[in-house]
Design a binder for this molecule. Sequence first.
Ligand SMILES: Cc1cc2nc3c(=O)[nH]c(=O)nc-3n(C[C@H](O)[C@H](O)[C@H](O)COP(=O)(O)OP(=O)(O)OC[C@H]3O[C@@H](n4cnc5c(N)ncnc54)[C@H](O)[C@@H]3O)c2cc1C
Length: 448
Amino acid sequence: MSFVADLEAVLGVSLITDPDITASYSKDQAPFAPNSPAAAVLLARSTEEISMALAFCSQRGIPVVTRGAGSGLSGGANADSNSLVISLEKMNEIIEIDPANQLARVQAGVINLDLDTAVKEFGMAYLPDPASRDWSTLGGNVATNAGGMCCVKYGVTSHHVRAMTVVLASGEVIEVGKATKKFVTTLDLMHLFIGSEGTLGIVTEITLNIVPRPKSPATLIATFPSITQAAAASTALLKYRPSMLEIIDQTTLKAVEGWHPLGFEVAGSILLMQLDENFELGDAAIETCESHGMIDGMFSTEASDAADLIRVRKLAYPALERLGATLLDDVALPVTKIAEFVGKVEELAAEHNLIIGIFGHAGDGNMHPTIVHDHGDADGAQRAKQAFGEIVAIAQALGGTASGEHGIGSIKRGFVSDEVSHTVVEIQRGIKKLLDPVGILNPGKKLP
Ligand SMILES: Cc1cc2nc3c(=O)[nH]c(=O)nc-3n(C[C@H](O)[C@H](O)[C@H](O)COP(=O)(O)OP(=O)(O)OC[C@H]3O[C@@H](n4cnc5c(N)ncnc54)[C@H](O)[C@@H]3O)c2cc1C
C-alpha cells in the first residue's frame, strides 16, 4: 500500500482502497484466472491523469492493470495485491460524431452500444458487435480486438479503428494512426496496440469508422441431420456475403430445447444466416442448404421475424449455463475444419465425461465450445479445465489458433508458443521491452 498516499499527492485525487470495492475492480468474467484485490483503484478522468499515474508507476515499478468494463473472458483485467488498477469507466464521453467524414471520436470508456445508439440518429452505425456490446467499453474492445456476429462481413474491431491516443508506460502520450481513411506514413504502429490487452500502453481516445446504417436483415434458418452437413453448407453460404452466419451443435440445441422448446428436436445442427443486402439471394441460399442435406429451413425478409428466428442462438449460452458451471472456450479454425473440430471435441467430452456444447461464428471459423460441469464438483472443475486446454490443442492441430476474440489474458499464455515460432515470441518481447522497459503494464498477461 506504500505507494497510495504518494500517488494521491501526485494526482491530487483519492484512490479507492476499500478491499470490498477494489476486489470488484480486480477481476473479469474468466472463472479460473488468478486474481486478488488490487492495492488501489484509480477512476481515471483524463489522459493527463493517466499519464501522471504511469510516469509515477514506472519510476516505482508498480504493476498497472487497465480496466474497461471487466467483461473479458481471459483474466486480462485481473489484478494482484501489488497493483494499481486504472479504470476507464469515467472516461465515457463521445467527443465528436462527424457523419461527413464517417468517423466518431470517443474516450476509451464509452460503451460500444452507446456509440452505435448515438450515431443512429445520423443514419450511421458503429458495426463491431461483441455479444457484450451493451456493457463492454470501446477501449476494452480495441485492447482485445473484439469480434462479434457481423464480423463475418464487416471484420473485427481492428478494421474499424482509424487513430488512437495512447499513454505509454513512461507516461508519454502518443498519437497513432490518423483520422483520414487512408494512412501509410509510418509503420502500422496503431495495429500493434490493437489486441495488446493492456500490455503496451493505455488507450484513452479512439477515432472509429462509422458507416451508413445497413438495412434490417433478412434471416435464414436451416436444420441439418449432422454438423458435417451444416458446416459444409455454411462454407458454401459465404458466397452470399452474409452479415451473420452462426452454427449450433446438437448438444447446445438439446440444452435450448430442454429449456425453451422451439421445435428443433430432430436436428443434428442448426445454421443461421442473415443478409443485410441482396435479399433476392434468399431462394438461392435455401437451395444451397438443400444441396447439403437440409432437413427444414426458411428465409424471411420480415425484420420482425429476425428476433424469433435467431432466438435459438441467443439462448445457446444461457441454456448451457442452466446445466451447471460453465467454462466458455474460444478458438478459431479454418472454416473447412469446423466439422472435424466438432467431432474431436465430442470425443473429448465423452472421454472426460463432460457436457460440451458448441456454437459459434461459422462464417469466420470462431467456435465457442462451452464445457459444463456440476456446481461444487471439484473433480468436474479439474476435468473441465483440462478439457479447456485440450480443445485449444485440437484447434491448433487443425491449423487454428488459441483465441479468435476473447484474448490470451493469463489463462492461455501457455498455448501461444505452441503455434508461433521462437522468433515471433522474441520479437513480441522486444517490442514490450521497448515500450514498457520496467514491465509495469499488465505483467503476466498476453505474452508467453
Ligand atoms: C456474455 C459475454 C459475451 C461476450 N461476447 C463477446 C463477443 O461476442 N466477442 C468478443 O470479442 N468478446 C466477447 N466477450 C468478451 C469481452 O466482452 C470482450 O473481450 C470485450 O472487448 C472486453 O471489453 P471490456 O471493456 O470489458 O474490457 P476488460 O475486460 O475490462 O479488459 C479486457 C482487456 O483489455 C485491457 N484494456 C481494457 N481497456 C483498455 C484500454 N483503454 N487501454 C488498454 N488496455 C485496455 C485490459 O487490461 C484487459 O487486458 C464477451 C464477454 C461476455 C461476458
